[in-house]
Design a protein around this ligand. Sequence first.
Ligand code: HEM
Length: 512
Amino acid sequence: MEFLRFLASFFLLLLPILSILFLTQKASKPKRQPSPISLPRSYPVIGSFFAVLANSNRRLQWLSDILQLSPSATYVLHRNFATLQVLTANPDVVQHILKTHFHNYGKGANFQLTFKDFLGQGIFNVDGEPWKFQRQVASHEFNTKSLRKFVEIVVDTELFDRLIPILSSAARTGTVLDFQDILQRFAFDNVCKIAFGFDPAYLLPSLPQTNFAQAFEESVAISSERFNAAIPFPIVWKIKKLLNIGSEKRLRIAISEVRKFAKNIIREKKHELREKASLDSVDLLSRFLSSGLSDENFVTDIVISFILAGRDTTSAALTWYFWLLSKNPHVESEVFKEIKEKSEAPIYDEVKDMVYTHASLCESMRLYPPVATDSKVAVNDDVLPDGTVVKKGTRVTYIPYAMGRSETLWGPDWAEFKPERWLKSEEAENRQWKFVGRDVYTYPVFQAGPRICLGKEMSFLQMKRVVAGVVRLFKVVPAVGEGVEPECVQVLTSKMKGGFPVRIVERDDVNR
Ligand code: HEM
């Protein structure tokens, strides 16, 4: 124990020393502001540590700048202790790692270890057979029949019984809402119903702080802090974990709360399945239990990964979408026009048919992809299509955020929010819009290849249903000062820093 305390003190001492070094380096050159678009300098042993630290509060923008300067949109970043990380915004490289050389790129030992306490053997944290098994069983949850049920029962109930009444009340009273929080609660209720067949009732007018949701939030935040720490010494969190102090103590408590909660539901579900000959609910948990899986820990891991998959992704996408809509009234009025043509509670086929709204969501994710960066680790030595040499164990990170902002990929008007870039007008068919997708390697917002997001179609249906329900009745008006731009931060998914304060205004231009 004494030795561990010594180690902890050593590394905790190292942090201020490095920070002082960094600050003195900055202070000695007061007039030379680092250019936001210059390639990072690298030093022996510490690599580009100073540049990483200096840009830690604008990480995504910085990585995008680096890739913009790199001729093949691929750059080798020197991390500490001679570790290399390949960054890329090159569609050929993305195709190489996600599809053509899929078997050579896995989650990597560091990622798996960092997330093991929270995700265990869940789909997000495994490769090989455990991944194949989970993907295969889960894929049934995403067939057309299940998706239809999801939209018409789960999403509609949450929308009409919870979201719209809360927005109506806020419109009447003029209350400012944190729309990001509201959308996260909405998505959390929905995904728990799909994963467990259980309703946590997190989106209620009182905005309750339920233990499970809070513990889940804390587990995500601290696990991703472990991974994204600007000072990249995993030994720091490992020692804190051993000593059970600080954030690691909080993480342990949060994870045990999440697992205790999940296990109770699993036991209830097992009981239900024993009592009934056939399944009336077809949630994911029932599917896994009916597949003969008996290991309670493994089932818990599986369910946690699915909640994570569905919780923050759609809510992040919708948060940025409503922000962009408020800044682009012409797009909002086109979306409204399309929605008005549908029935008040558009049925599954109508939601599928909302082509302009679909394009506007794709466009919003282009600029604010919910998973802004994603990494794979090379199993063996390799050479990427642009000639970059990759040694076994190297992390290759593709950056959808940078790709969506690339002039090469999207043209000189890349900064414009323009759903039309995803649409073709069909003159012969009464000027109906037709959706024109981009190839998945240029737009890997849902990843691509064998591990492409399982919930892609489900999330579009959910998002379009929410947009239809909200935009038909309300305008969402940001309650921020003139000219204030929200900051995009990554807590596994892209969040709006500090939340998204809005006022809700009832529309007067809809015949209800
Ligand atoms: C806008 C919404 C969404 C986006 C942008 C998105 C994006 C992604 C991305 C980038 C991955 C790859 C992660 C990785 O392995 O590194 C992924 C995987 C996955 N997503 Fe989604 N996702 C969304 C919504 C959903 C929803 C609603 C569900 C289901 C509840 C879901 C289920 C999954 C699953 C199960 C995987 C793992 C696939 C595998 O490893 O084979 N996603 N998603």
